[in-house]
Structures are given as C-alpha cells and as structure tokens.
Design a protein. Structure first.
Length: 277
C-alpha cells in the first residue's frame, strides 16, 4: 500500500470513483490548506462563494488530524520550498513504482485544495554532457518536466493559467467558474478548447439528461450554443475528456464539466452554485 507524507491515495471519494472507472489510472492527490489558512494565500483567485463553499472540511477534511496535517504540509512548503519539492519528487517516484507493479498509469492532482502555479516552480537542474569545449548547458526543471511520463491535472480559478500556451503537455487544467466569472470568459475558454467546470445545485438523475445547454442557466439569452455538457461527478480524470465529431475525429472545443454542490456549497447564496431548475 502506497503511503506518503505529502501525497495520499484513497482519501478523496471522487478520485476513488475515478480509480474504479476502469480507465487504467491510479490517482494520488496533494491537499494543502486552502486560501489564507496557512498564513499564505494558496488560492489567489478565490471568490467569496468559493471560499465559503470550499471542500477543505468535507469528507476526511472534517477531522482535526487531517486539518493539522494539511497545515503542516503547507508550512513545510512555505518554510522550505526546495525541501518540499525534493520530498514530493521522492514520493512521485515511489508512486510510479506502486502503479507499475499493478499495471496502472499514475495520475497526480497537486492542487486538491489549493491553486498554486506549480509550472512556475523550478527546483531541479539538469546539466547536459560536456561538449567538445568542455562546456555544459544547465536547464531548470519544474515538477512536470521532471516527471514527463506522469499525467498531472488540476482545476484552477486563473483564466491566465487555463489559457496558457506554455503549460507542459502532461499537465491538464480545467478552469473553475465562480460567481465572479464573466460569461464572456467562459465562452472564450470553451472556444479555445479548454474545459470549464460549473457547480450546480443538482444534476440530471441519469445520463439521458446530458448534454443540455448549461450556459443558458447562467444567462437565458444564450441559446443554441451547442456546448457539450458532461457529468463531472462520474470521474475526476478530466484529461480524458474528448469531444468527437460524427466521423469520430477530435473537436477542439472544451466541455462544460457539470459538478453537483457538495458540503457547505449546498447552502450557497452567492451565485457560485448555479440552479439547475
């Protein structure tokens, strides 16, 4: 059984559902203290609705021991970022071996309860072999470059990150809509082939209720947009989402990932949670 100081498996119900979906992946997740609970803001783009409805205290998060562990990991990151990244590397290596023994592919979500731009954190130096002049070239690596064979994915409130053209190929981001997100931003992100997650008070009782026109629930004047809506509660493996045309060819258009409100978000009054009707 894999057990790490930073990464965990089996602690998130939705991720457990993903692992059992028969897609051949095993997922590890990193939970830090969200927003400003650690003394440092780990969710720079969080809205009031997002903060109030945060899943940090849902499930296992309701236990003091879990909250203390997340706080300790957060303080480790703040105090010694290099040491934290080296420990994270060791755990990813161990997780890779764990998955390989079980003939599974590793998937890792680093922002389980945070929104940190991990792509900007360089922590390892790769030096080339000396050339004929005896000179070496050094490259600084982020965690995704260090583990280029591992699939990483996250959700983010940052439009800039969601639309970034420089993200590593093995890092998939889904934009997470809040009550502060303009519909024009949602439209732009979808049209550029990126997913947008939207939280609803409830979802259709069966798959025959999908797809529907989700943006019309945000603005009744939006009709005929033909946006593809999918049930995001079924699996967390967003990097596997793919839209196909009638000939079976991939379409470069994002999905509206529909999520049902959970925990404190069920009582949301801010507009963060959208009424399905």
């Amino acid at each position: 059984m894999y057990k790490g100081k930073l990464l965990s498996i089996g602690s998130n119900p939705k991720i457990n559902k993903s692992d059992k979906a028969g897609k051949g992946y095993k997922t590890a997740i990193l939970h830090l203290s969200p927003y400003k609970l650690s003394g440092k803001n780990f969710c720079a783009n969080a809205s009031p609705g997002c903060i109030d409805g945060c899943l940090n205290v849902a499930g296992h998060g309701r236990f003091d021991s879990v909250q203390n562990a997340r706080l300790n990991k957060s303080h480790f990151f703040i105090r010694d970022k290099f040491g934290f990244m080296k420990q994270l590397s060791k755990e990813i290596e161990a997780f890779e071996k764990h998955c390989k023994k079980r003939n599974l592919k590793p998937a890792i979500r680093l922002n389980g309860t945070s929104d940190i731009p991990w792509e900007n954190i360089k922590f390892e130096v790769l030096r080339t072999k000396p050339n004929h002049q005896g000179s070496c070239v050094s490259f600084e690596l982020n965690i995704f470059q260090r583990f280029s064979n591992v699939q990483f994915y996250d959700y983010t409130k940052s439009k800039k990150r969601a639309l970034s053209k420089t993200l590593p190929e093995n890092y998939h981001l889904t934009f997470s809509r809040s009550e502060k997100t303009p519909i024009a931003d949602i439209r732009e992100i979808l049209d550029k082939g990126k997913n947008v997650a939207i939280v609803f008070d409830h979802l259709p009782v069966d798959e025959s209720g999908f797809p529907f026109e989700p943006l019309s629930l945000l603005d009744p004047s939006i009709t005929g947009a033909n946006d593809r809506a999918i049930n995001g509660d079924l699996t967390d493996l967003r990097f596997l989402d793919q839209c196909l045309d009638l000939q079976g060819n991939p379409i470069k258009k994002g999905f509206v990932v529909c999520l049902s409100a959970k925990g404190k978000a069920k009582k949301d009054k801010s507009g963060f949670v959208v009424k399905f009707n």
